[in-house]
Every structure is written in C-alpha cells, then in structure tokens.
Design a protein around this ligand. Structure first.
Ligand code: NDP
Length: 286
C-alpha cells in the first residue's frame, strides 16, 4: 500500500515541500507519495478527517490554515499549544496529533549555523505566525531579551503579551516599526530575525530591505525567514557588510525533516532533502 501524505494550504503550487519530501521518502526506500493539496476553507475539516484512514501518514499545513487546522486535532504537542498553530499532523492509528515543527526547524537552522541564542538579545522584525513560532523557539533556547518590532504595533504588543505567560524570565519588549526606539533596539541586538514577507520573490516588496542595516553591530547575526530567493536582499546586504547571515531555506527543510521523522519514526535523509530543496529553489531562480 502506498502511504499518502502532503501539504495542505492555499495556494500550494509554488511550494518546494513536495520535491524535497518525496526525495526523502524515495531515498529512505519508503512507499509513500507526498502531494500538494490546495484546499478551499470549506474543504478543510472533511479533508483532515480523512487523514485518520490507515493509508495516511498525516500532512504538513501552510498558509492560511496553520491556526484553523489546529481546531480539528485530537491532541496537540505542547509546542503547538504554546504557538497556537500547527504545521504538521501525524496520524497515529486514527488519532490526529498536531505539531509545530517550525519551532524546531528554526532552532536547528541556527545551531547548524553555529549561533547559540542563549543569554543573547534577539530582535524579531515582524509579528505574524512565523514570528510567533520563532519567538517561542528563542525563549526555549534561553534568550535573555526579546524585542518585537512590527509595522502594526498592536500586533507586536499582542505577541509580547502572549509570550509573557511563560517567557522564563526573558525581558520582553515591543515597538512599532516607526517608533523612536527602533535604531537603539537594532543596535543592541545579537540576533535579528526577519519574520515579515518583505523581500519575498513575486511580492510587491521583492528586492526591498525591511530595515536599515547600518544600525546593527558588526557582530550581529542576521536570519531572514524568507526562503525564496535563497539569498534575500537582507541576507545579501548583511553578508556584504561582513556580518553572518542565513536565509529561510534551512528552516524550511529542517521543519520538513522533523515532520518526516514524526511520520516515519525514522531518521530523515537530511542531506538528500537539503540538496533537493536547493535544486528546486535554484530552478525557480532561473
Ligand atoms: P503573516 O501574514 O502571519 O505575517 C506577516 C508579517 O509581515 C506581519 O508582521 C506583517 O506586518 C509583516 N508585513 C507584511 N507586509 C509588510 C510590509 N509591506 N511592510 C511591513 N511589514 C509587512 O505571515 P507569516 O508570519 O506566516 O510569514 C512571514 C514570512 O515568513 C513569509 O515571507 C514566509 O514566507 C516566511 N516563512 C518562512 C518559513 C520557513 O520555513 N523558512 C516558515 C514560515 C514562514 P503587519 O502585522 O503590520 O501586517
């Protein structure tokens, strides 16, 4: 029996997850097919319900269903409960368990880049769903201080408020992107994580920088969550100025690696998945 698994979202045609996940299943010699499942909101509940069948491993969830899908789970891993969103569903004999592997994906992308956030001041640029996962990832990795900067100040304030319940002593602050304190916050950051869609290929902000890099210290580490292009304008500018920087592709693959391991209870062929993701992304670059 060919096992089924896939990515639920809308739209999903642009996603490279089917490419690198299928490469992972093939390399591991598993009889599974990973598809892109583009759903309308009204289809979501019924489609997720069908994942309880014995031929389904589960699914990944992307925009715009990461929060809506959570409500259809039978159980939640604690990271998903804190973040308030899921990106992975695992079918355990008809019991659907929801996970948020964006958290572990981001943590792993930092450790593979040899950056340890513990005891550091991190600045999040953005306060949407991805910023929420990153914020918890950083709190659980022991940041000393976290400053959230967002265009819509009230949304950043809401994230700060939600984190405060279990921030383990990390100092929390939120600012609107045009507030006076922004350059000072950036200037004292050890890590800046760009969590908005500014610079995303195909968007109206393609080619743009989210903030002025001149405020950053030379030793500040820059992480951009955007995976397309592989080298965003921010990553390019940070590297050019001699700073360390990573884009969003490693996080994207590592969240997929974590999901693969939850579905299969086997070690994922990480190198194969990384290589396939880079190849798929380079094809969209050309
Ligand atoms: P959301 O829609 O939840 O949040 C969008 C964020 O971007 C908000 O903070 C929003 O600010 C800000 N924003 C959007 N447009 C602008 C603009 N023109 N100027 C200033 N701020 C802007 O999206 P997500 O959090 O889910 O995703 C954000 C990015 O992260 C996406 O580009 C996505 O590709 C990437 N991502 C990468 C992942 C990976 O694995 N590498 C995983 C998940 C996401 P405001 O609140 O003011 O609207």
């Amino acid at each position: 029996m060919t096992l089924r698994v896939g990515l639920i979202g809308h739209p999903v045609a642009h996603s490279i997850s089917p490419r690198f996940q299928q490469a992972g299943f093939d390399a591991a010699g598993l009889d599974a097919r990973y598809d892109a499942w583009d759903l309308q909101p009204a289809e979501l509940e019924g489609f997720i319900g069908d994942l309880r069948q014995s031929d389904a491993l589960g699914a990944n969830i992307t925009i715009p269903y990461k929060e809506a899908a959570l409500r259809h789970m039978d159980g939640l891993h604690q990271t998903a409960r804190f973040v308030g969103a899921i990106n992975t569903i695992v079918n355990n004999d008809g019991h659907l368990q929801g996970y948020n592997t964006d958290v572990t994906g981001f943590q792993r992308s930092l450790s593979e880049a040899d950056f340890d956030p513990s005891g550091k001041h991190a600045v999040l640029w953005g306060a949407g769903g991805a910023a929420r996962a990153v914020a918890w990832a950083l709190i659980w990795r022991g940041v000393n201080a976290l400053t959230i900067i967002n265009r819509t100040a009230v949304r950043g304030g809401r994230l700060r408020h939600d984190l405060a319940s279990a921030s383990a002593g990390a100092k929390l602050k939120s600012l609107g992107a045009d507030e006076e304190g922004v350059p000072a916050a950036l200037g004292s950051a050890d890590l800046v994580v760009q969590c908005t869609s500014i610079g995303l290929r195909g968007s109206e902000t393609e080619g743009q920088l989210p903030f002025d890099l001149s405020s950053l210290r030379p030793e500040a580490f820059v992480a951009d969550l955007i995976a397309n292009p592989i080298e965003t304008p921010l990553v390019e500018a940070a590297l050019k100025s001699g700073r360390r920087a990573i884009g969003g592709l490693p996080m994207l693959v590592y969240q997929g690696v974590a999901a693969f391991e939850l579905w299969t209870e086997r070690e994922a062929p990480v190198e194969v998945m990384l290589a396939e993701a880079s190849a798929a992304m380079s094809e969209t670059d050309s």
